[in-house]
Ligand binder design. Structure first.
Ligand code: GLV
Ligand code: GLV
Length: 320
């Protein structure tokens, strides 16, 4: 069986596939392939499977270019980069990498919450810029996390883990919005359910987004919803950039409609909305919420295990 991997990933999964006798071709470029490059790479050999990344747009044209490939193993939990309807129509199996990254993404979410509340990035820059002239009572005052309300938008695996950390690690009150109540987090963390996004936004000091990107969640956070947030509140996004109207967010941050934001994802990655990088009240990280050595290796193994299960005639454990 021949497998194409669209970009170098940690070797755990590659080794596992090799040990199981698979022939592996990894793209020689350590960068995102253009559509044309990906199509031409897939046409080189009759590949039986593709291990792809969230930066690869997988659609009918790609499926046409690899007619033998009956499984696309996405190296990500999100799979909005893949045309699932088209895959289904063609009988192609798509898998993702849930669970193994949940704790890590929740940790990064808290890295962002702590950094924005305690002004870590701003303070670091202040010292590096040579501006530190001595301790001062009101230098770079931040805001406490303890006792504040953490509003979770999307209480799935990652949202629930962020609730756990907020409640047990930081003594926060937990509020959440989802399309349906999550009884487990209500019981475990005394989380309060808000049946409307607006209700959650107006009740929260920190709003953390954990929904998948769907037609129904695109620009879920827009100008009118930002206006529902407290002027002292912070928005954290580790989900998908297009869930937030980034221009609306820029304006809200610039105009003091909300206190700040911390973003790991952007509407048009790798571009960042112009001007956002000049604002002090925003923290920007380059889509690294799952980027620890342990987790990226586990994701690599999981993608490989899905491919192996498929060719052993089983339903891959993470078929979406
Ligand atoms: C990362 O964004 C992922 O979906 O795994
Ligand atoms: C701060 O450094 C303090 O001692 O209160």
């Amino acid at each position: 069986m021949k497998i194409f991997i669209t970009r170098k990933v940690p070797e755990t999964g590659i080794n596992l596939l090799k040990e199981n006798g698979y022939e592996i071709d990894v793209s020689p470029h350590d960068r995102v392939l253009s559509k044309e490059e990906l199509v031409s790479a897939l046409k080189q050999k009759p590949y039986d499977a593709v291990l792809c990344l969230l930066t690869d747009k997988i659609d009918a044209e790609i499926f046409e270019a690899s007619p033998n490939a009956k499984i696309f193993a996405n190296y990500a939990v999100g799979f909005n980069n893949i045309d699932i309807e088209e895959a289904k129509r063609r009988g192609i199996v798509v898998t993702n990498t849930p669970d193994v990254l949940t704790d890590t993404v929740a940790e990064h979410t808290f890295a962002l919450i702590m950094a924005i509340a305690h002004r870590v990035a701003e303070a670091d820059k202040f010292v590096r810029d040579g501006k530190y002239e001595g301790w001062a009572p009101e230098l770079l005052l931040g805001t406490d996390i303890k006792g504040k309300t953490l509003g979770i938008l999307g209480a799935g695996r990652i949202g629930a883990r962020v609730a756990f950390q907020g409640k047990n690690g930081f003594g926060m009150e937990i509020a959440y919005y989802d399309i349906k109540p999550n009884e487990a987090i209500e019981k475990e963390f005394q989380a309060t359910f808000y049946p409307s996004v607006e209700g959650l936004l107006s009740a929260s000091d920190f709003v953390s987004i954990h929904v998948p990107l769907l037609d129904s969640t695109r620009h879920m956070i827009n100008t009118s919803r930002l206006a529902k947030m407290r002027p002292t509140a912070y928005l954290i996004n580790t989900s998908r950039g297009p869930v937030v109207d980034e221009k609306a967010l820029f304006e809200a941050l610039r105009d003091g409609i909300i206190a700040g934001a911390a973003l790991d994802v952007f509407e048009n990655e790798p571009k960042v909305y112009p001007g956002l990088e000049k604002l002090q009240n925003v923290i920007l990280t380059p889509h690294i919420a799952s980027a620890t050595l342990e987790t990226r290796s586990a994701m690599s193994t999981m993608a490989a295990e899905n491919i192996i299960a498929f060719f052993e005639g089983q339903t891959p454990p993470n078929a979406v």
